[in-house]
Write a protein that binds this ligand. Structure first.
Ligand SMILES: Nc1nc2c(ncn2[C@@H]2O[C@H](COP(=O)(O)OP(=O)(O)OP(=O)(O)O)[C@@H](O)[C@H]2O)c(=O)[nH]1
Ligand SMILES: [Mg+2]
Length: 373
């Protein structure tokens, strides 16, 4: 392929891993568990993480690992287009800085009774972000096993893995599916596996950086645009239906229909609001606001600078600890050697003492006579 992307390797000898999944899938909990971060964790229906956030790096197998927290596409505060833009901008800035991802953890609750439209759309957009080539760097981790009867969980897991509508196509292209039991050991197993993958740029990074595509023209952007157009089409059809029903009732000039006309007018306003929202979102996706993008990119750059400094500090600490360990080992071995030599000297002295002939009786001379004692 020979693009600039191919020549980019992980900037530092560290691993960067993005954690994704639906709102409430347990992304922040997973990150807090391994990195000792204090990201807010949600207990209600509202989304907790509405920004892309960098966790404190931690060491695993001698390598600093940094996890990136992301909001779900079904965020309750921001629209899908806003979330896509947030994630895409973060990925594009870090990629420009030469930081290539080791992989992605996609968290999926095993407690979800149905992989409905929202969950499927979440995963579809996720796949468009990654592209097929980087699915090898993806681990789909099912969690919340403690909240489901084991046999039921296993049957859902099978269904997700074997259905064309869910994970099967991604698994066939190299993604892995594992269980996460919310323990640090399980999180480490997942991260270790990802650290073992060669870092690879995601499709959205190649598109926005190497091919300089605007967000709306990327695979994920086009997918979202098509979805928004379809929603707008549905709303327009609904509006047309409502208008013609209202027209008929008005033309009948029957006073008894007044209540029904009122209800239909309320529904009409409701659908008009929904249509306006969808249109605004489509506009938001198409429009690139240079000033706000630059401001946001600057924020990300500052965030990633801190990330690099923290990784370097962590590596420095690790090296310092390693040097101290080596010195301690050297001192211990010198001590053992000194003890061994002392023991050898004692043994040699004892052996020499044994081999020495008994001392000849000493004579004492007294007045020229030798008196034997
Ligand atoms: N039983 C169980 N509960 C979990 C697990 N992971 C997360 N939770 C709970 O699920 C809820 C949501 O977790 P979060 O970590 O906030 O989820 P999130 O994906 O970061 O959510 P957003 O930031 O809103 O997108 C919290 O109440 C967590 O305590 C898990 O592995 N097992
Ligand atoms: Mg969160």
């Amino acid at each position: 392929m020979g693009t600039s992307a191919d020549s980019k390797v992980s900037k530092t000898d560290s691993a960067t891993i993005v954690v994704m999944g639906a709102t409430g899938a347990g992304k922040s909990t997973f990150i807090n568990l391994v990195s000792n971060s204090k990201f807010e964790v949600g207990y209600g229906l509202e989304s907790c993480t509405s920004e892309v956030d960098v966790a404190a790096p931690f060491m695993l197998d001698g390598k600093p690992v940094t996890l990136i927290d992301t909001p779900g596409f079904d965020d309750t505060v921001k629209t899908e287009a806003e979330i896509l833009r947030l994630i895409a901008e973060f990925l594009s800035v870090t990629y420009k800085q030469g930081r290539t991802l080791h992989g992605i953890v996609f968290l999926q609750r095993i407690t979800d009774t149905r992989m409905g439209g929202v969950a499927r759309k979440n995963f579809r957009l996720f796949r468009k972000l990654c592209g097929d080539d980087t699915l090898r760097n993806v681990i789909i981790a099912t969690n919340m096993w403690g909240n489901v009867e084991p046999a039921l969980g296993a049957s859902r897991e099978r269904e997700m893995a074997e259905s064309d509508l869910f994970f099967k196509p991604a698994l066939e292209k190299g993604a892995h599916m594992v269980r996460h039991d919310n323990t640090i050991e399980s999180a480490h197993r997942i991260i270790r596996e990802i650290i073992g993958f060669p870092p690879a740029p995601l499709q959205i990074q190649r598109e926005t950086v190497d091919q300089r595509k605007p967000l709306a023209e990327t695979g994920a952007g086009q997918d979202l645009r098509a979805d928004l157009e379809q929603q707008a089409g549905q709303h327009r059809a609904e509006l047309a239906g409502l208008r013609s029903s209202i027209q008929e009732l008005v033309e009948s000039k029957d006073a008894r229909n007044r209540g029904e006309i009122q209800e239909l007018n309320d529904s009409l306003r409701d659908v008009q609001t929904k249509l306006a929202k969808v249109q605004a979102e489509a506009h938001n996706l198409r429009e690139e606001h240079e000033a706000s993008r630059n401001e946001h990119e600057e924020k990300i750059r500052q965030m990633t600078e801190v990330m690099t400094v923290r990784e370097t500090e962590l590596r420095g600490l690790q090296e310092h600890a390693q040097t101290q360990k080596t010195q301690l080992v050297q001192m211990e071995s010198a001590l053992h050697e000194a003890e061994r030599r002392a023991e050898e000297a004692t043994t040699a002295a004892a052996a020499a003492a044994k081999q020495r002939p008994p001392p000849r009786p000493r004579s004492r001379s007294r007045g020229g006579l030798c008196i034997l004692q």
